[in-house]
Design a protein around this ligand. Sequence first.
Ligand code: MUC
Ligand code: MG
Length: 376
Amino acid sequence: DLARETAIREIRADILALPSIRKHRLSNTEFSTREFVLVRVRLENGIEGIGEAAVLGGPRWAEESVESIQSVIMRYLAPALEGCSASNPAEAAARMGRAAFRNNSAKGAVETAIFDALARTLDVPLATLFGGALRSRVPVLWALASGDADQEVAEAQDKLDRREHRDFKIKLGFASPEEDMRRLTRLREGVPGMRRLVVDVNQGWTEASCRRYLPHLQELGVDLIEQPLPGDDFEGMARVAAHSPIPLMVDEAAFTHREIARAGNMGCGSVYSLKLVKSGGLLALGQAAHVAEAAGMELYGGCLLEGSIGAAAHLAVFASLPRLHWGCEHFGPRLHVSEIVRDPLKFENFELCLPEGPGLGVHLDEDRLREAVRAA
Ligand code: MUC
Ligand code: MG
């Protein structure tokens, strides 16, 4: 029977590293090599599922590092899953929830690998396990984050010319707000063909700078302001949002369903960024979307710069959502020099394509994988 055939036999977690095409800067971290953990779950039937645990430049965007992810998986999550079957991902998620507090990136990757192994066993795309796909493509933006205004203008124009991206996000908060305004102005003037512009401050501003620079952001036609204040400043976000003609997006502030409901109901923002590393599993990711909407927020398909494995996992859930108002930001597969899959996700006509085929729809490339293990 299915439960016996899909019993979890082995769980592996390897630390990998891939160079990025350029330095990526955020208010509180930066990196030119992306480290992540590849999780592999082998079932009794011999089928293997894969999952990706992302971090950004060490334990800085959130508290997890590749080292903590690997050891939490091997020491706590894998033992908790002994005797569990991939035919019951909800049971696997519940066991991991009891075995470890938070550690969402680790849990999310293991749950992804379990779902992938189940979908491959059933020979269906992963989206089928979330109710089926309502869309096969999702609009995808690109993030500018080198901090060098000329480079950013050239990069954005190139993405537009290739019809890969017409919506952009720019990372602010690592320089002074004045410098940020200069970079933004350069970008708006230098790339007139750009459609939407999102600014992500990654918790880097104060309430005073928000008030002071809101009029500039409005003049520059900014469409969305992501997490300008520290994640735990719900009251400040609510006050800024109440003044802002531009919608605010809640990112680092809300991981759990209760945090999402609180952020929405307090008016901290009118858009929520969905991320596997915040929800801690694909089941919870889908639920987060419904909680956010119920609390009055529109949905944005967020990422932590995952490659094709993590992006495909998010897409399987995003494809099944009734609404995804702001599209997604899964440009990660193009930010890294080489990927560890044979079939990286496709970008066409400003959209990211949902991969076809059973499970996640992507397959490991063993040669590239060996290089990425060596680099780590
Ligand atoms: C974040 O805070 O949104 C996603 C895209 C990007 O450039 O950084 C990440 C994390
Ligand atoms: Mg963000």
